[in-house]
Ligand binder design. Sequence first.
Ligand SMILES: [Zn+2]
Length: 229
Amino acid sequence: MTKKSNIFETGYKLTKSNRKTISLSVSKDGKLYIKAPHVCTIEDIVTVMIKNRDWIEKKLIEFEELKKYKESLHFEEGREVYICGLKLPIRYVDSINEIRREEALLIPFKFKRKMPEKLEEWYKKEAFNYISHKTEKLAKQYGYQYTSIKVTNAKQRWGSCSVKGSLCFNWRLLMAPTEVIDYVIIHELVHLEIKNHSKCFWDKVEELCPDYKVKRRWLKENGERLILS
Ligand SMILES: [Zn+2]
């Protein structure tokens, strides 16, 4: 059980502007940000904080848990990594020159000092192979045509589709379950036809991936844990 944090102990950053309402957000660095109208008094802000206490505490606890998870990541023998949603332990082996996926993820012993770079390199290559193969298959199945495909390091998003029809995917997606990867691919394929996120877009996504909402939620809840270090 994580100890509940006291929202008034953590402090906050307040910005005042011409806006009409008070808004609260917890950033990726675990800080509480408050945006408020110029006329707001400290009492108004405290009232809003008390009213939203449960939400703020939930966000701060999530931040602490993610921080602990990140601190727990290491590259010693036995560390488990995810590939297409499957958990595999890493094992260092003397007799191989390349990373190999078997019942464990076998890594040449000489790479141990070059982690996580060597493993990241392998993930990028595997992600490209897996995602480009899957995209080709799904595009054919649903009648879409794209111009090129790339695997990138984009921090903020899982995929993108340019006006020229080239698709980009984040290599970390390879850690997600296959059906979640499929959803992201379908999402980008539908963007070849509909560029925005209108109702029409989501209707089409739903037609091709009926439980897309479950996958979207999974990414929202677990996406930040799809990291190597
Ligand atoms: Zn989109």
